[in-house]
Every structure is written in C-alpha cells, then in structure tokens.
Ligand binder design. Structure first.
Ligand SMILES: Cc1cc2nc3c(=O)[nH]c(=O)nc-3n(C[C@H](O)[C@H](O)[C@H](O)COP(=O)(O)O)c2cc1C
Length: 177
C-alpha cells in the first residue's frame, strides 16, 4: 500500500473476524511502531500483546469505550517507560514527552495494521488517571510503566465508511494566524 493512500484510508475498525493473527504479523506491526520518532530518541515505549479472551472482555470495566475489544484477535497495549522518557523535573520545570512519544508510536501501529489488511482502533488510556491506575493494577505493570493506549486488533468484519473530505483549508494559516 502506498503511504499516502494508507494515511488517507485508515479508519477505526471495531468489528473483527474470529481469526488469529500470526505472531510474525504482529511483530511487523510493532516494528513499525518502534520506528517512530521519539523525543531525544529515548524510545520509551513497550508493547504488551494479550489475546486472553477473559482479559479482553474485562477491559470495558476499566475503559468503557472498549466493549468491542472482546471480539478482537488480540489487544496491543502501548506502554510508556516513565524512567526512560525524555523528561524534566527541576528548576521549576516539570514535563515529560512520554505521552507524545507513545501517541506517535500508536499511530504507526494503526497505520501498519491497516497496511497489513488488519483493522484496529485507538482506545485511550492516558491521560485518564483512573484508567491508567486501574490498567496498571489489572495488568500488574511495574511502577515505572504507564499504560498509554489500548489497541484492539483483528481481521476486519466491517468496512467503515470513509469520511467526507476531511481536508479543511480554513484550518491552515499561511504566514500569520
Ligand atoms: C486519543 C484517542 C482516544 C480514542 N479512544 C477511543 C475509544 O476509547 N473507543 C473507541 O471506540 N474509539 C476511540 N478512538 C477512535 C476515534 O473515535 C476515531 O479515531 C475517530 O472517531 C475518527 O475516526 P477514524 O479513526 O475512523 O478516522 C480514540 C481516538 C483517539 C485519537
């Protein structure tokens, strides 16, 4: 699939066939995520792949907009390593690029899944603190690992409608706002 075509045709897919995804395909998708840009090239993400149906079905109790995850072939959790991320907490400054890095990796994941003929949907975790805490607890993640996104993945059982042209020249400011 040509890159520009992929960028314009990727859609959130929330219905999946009952079919396993080969491990090599999942690895390739994660590889694409690991090629994303990160602040100071810290590559602070990790990926947790889960196909246990009980866990997938439980996710909606933690993040209510993930009810369809129960039918996914697997879920990839995009996780951020707080200690590895480019961050600062000194001299009256407090910031971290961890969520930005994880968001970019998540988008690469979605695009790679699309290129491989799979369907996926970005489901938010961070920065919803209650969801972050509950996921951390439920998945038994170490203290320094921040769950960022929940990405159900599977062979598509729906073809979502492509949006009307999203291109909006009014949102582009040339030279001066
Ligand atoms: C930060 C973020 C959080 C999202 N969380 C959810 C979610 O919890 N459940 C869901 O079904 N879709 C979720 N989505 C997907 C959006 O609903 C979807 O991207 C949007 O409607 C545009 O549709 P498209 O992805 O098909 O272009 C999320 C997307 C983003 C970027």
């Amino acid at each position: 699939m040509e890159l520009m075509e992929g960028l314009l045709t990727r859609r959130s897919v929330r219905k999946y066939q009952d079919k396993k995804i080969p491990r090599e395909v999942i690895e390739e998708i994660i590889k694409a995520a690991q090629y994303s840009p990160t602040a100071h090239n810290r590559q602070p993400w990790e990926f947790l792949v889960v196909d246990d149906k009980e866990i997938l079905a439980h996710l909606r109790h933690i993040q209510r907009w993930t009810s369809f995850a129960k039918d996914a072939a697997c879920v990839i959790f995009v996780l951020g390593d707080i200690e590895r991320s480019f961050n600062r907490t000194k001299d009256n400054e407090s910031w971290s690029f961890i969520d930005v890095d994880c968001a970019i990796a998540t988008e690469n994941l979605l695009l790679a899944a699309h290129a491989k003929g799979l369907g996926a949907c970005y489901c938010g975790a961070a920065p919803m603190q209650r969801v972050v805490d509950d996921l951390k607890d439920y998945l038994q993640l170490p203290e320094h690992i921040r769950p960022f996104a929940i990405v159900p993945l599977g062979y598509p059982a729906e073809e979502p409608k492509q949006p009307d042209d999203r291109y909006n020249p009014d949102k582009i400011h040339w030279g001066k706002y």
